[in-house]
Design a protein around this ligand. Structure first.
Ligand SMILES: Nc1ncnc2c1ncn2[C@@H]1O[C@H](COP(=O)(O)OP(=O)(O)OP(=O)(O)O)[C@@H](O)[C@H]1O
Ligand SMILES: [Mg+2]
Length: 328
């Protein structure tokens, strides 16, 4: 079942064209040339219940704009969004009950209150009953260890503590769907690890559907079965990371150290270099396995050590972004 359905979504921002210089400034007082920027340009996708989907793309691609429309904060220029069959634009209150939203770049917490007071306020806003609230706070504290700073004013929290607070705040009402826009931005290795662990746990425990926006490809690798890549407001890739890797970088490299210098050719692999007793082979994953290649070569010369190199995820995603720019 599709819990989220997006069809032909478009968002245009109004931009006022300004003439430069003093003359321009005077002119701008009287005439304003308006132009439109298409931040989201005809996007369609569906998301199944319980899935974790990475929604990634370069800066300015239109990710946050999409998340804002999905969560009903912003009106689309055109197109339709259905969350559990309901439009967040038409029935925002009903939809929001099932949503948790975190914008890593901007906290939703009240800076003037202690963290615990902020949670109490949200409890009242969402009308969460006492039993559920207690249960959720307990579960979320288990994962996030928030009790350590529950009495600290929000403005005094460190970035990592604040992010944990924001995640808890988004989960207090047990939403079925989470929109996480850069939830690991600026976090140290340990905090990042705990946020990832949390996302995994909440997805497994409660079958929460998650859309995750991030620039950290480690997040994508660790968490997401599917990724949607957008660029210039358009979807340029939609599928699994493995599929993307296979398509963009179907090659692997095998480094073999022999006991003695050896130049051994193989029909299914390209011998890239030979340097003393070290040979480097390049081969396509779909043509031969590394194990088979090693076995074949070892029949001719004894092998001391092997190393296998996969294409780096950063390079693959960078290639995907570039393809989007060039327009494939
Ligand atoms: N309120 C706004 N008014 C006008 N233009 C906007 C507004 N918000 C965003 N934009 C423009 O829309 C485009 C998409 O912005 P958006 O914030 O959705 O990108 P993003 O993919 O989230 O980028 P980042 O990775 O930097 O967060 C950008 O060109 C941005 O300048
Ligand atoms: Mg953004």
């Amino acid at each position: 079942m599709n819990i989220i359905e997006v069809s032909h979504l478009v968002k245009e921002y109004k931009k006022i064209k300004k003439d430069k210089g003093l003359k321009g400034a005077v002119k701008n007082l009287f005439v304003q040339d308006v132009e439109y920027v298409r931040a989201v340009d005809d996007i369609s996708f569906e998301i199944e219940k319980g899935d974790i989907v990475a929604y990634i793309g370069p800066n300015g691609a239109g990710k946050s704009t999409t998340v804002k429309m999905l969560s009903g904060i912003m009106q689309p220029t055109s197109g339709e969004i259905l969350i559990n069959g309901i439009s967040p634009q038409k029935e925002r209150k009903r939809v929001v009950k099932n949503l948790g939203v975190v914008f890593g770049q901007r906290s939703q917490l009240n800076w003037n209150l202690r963290l615990g007071e902020t949670f109490d306020l949200l409890k009242r806003i969402y009308q969460i009953d006492d039993a559920l609230y207690e249960k959720n706070i307990e579960m979320l504290d288990e994962i996030f260890k928030i009790s350590e700073f529950i009495d600290t004013p929000v403005r005094q929290l460190s970035l990592g503590q604040r992010m944990r607070g924001d995640l808890v705040a988004a989960m207090l009402h047990s939403p079925e769907i989470l929109f996480l826009d850069e939830p690991t931005i600026g976090l140290d290795v340990e905090a990042k690890y705990s946020v990832r662990k949390f996302i995994k746990e909440i997805n497994e425990r409660s079958k929460t559907t998650i859309i995750l926006t991030t620039h950290d490809l480690g997040d994508v690798q660790e968490l997401c079965r599917r990724l949607i890549i957008i660029n210039d407001g358009k979807i340029i890739e939609d599928g699994s990371l493995d599929e993307l890797v296979d398509r963009i970088a179907p090659y692997r490299q095998l480094v073999i150290d022999f006991y003695h210098p050896a130049t051994i050719q193989h029909p299914k692999a390209e011998l890239v270099s030979v340097e003393e007793a070290r040979a480097v082979y390049k081969f396509r994953k779909d043509e031969i396995t590394a194990a088979r290649l090693i076995e074949d070569i070892s029949h001719t010369a004894p092998i001391k050590e092997v190393g296998l190199q996969e294409a780096k995820i950063d390079d693959i995603i960078r290639t995907a972004y570039q393809q989007g720019r060039g327009g494939i």
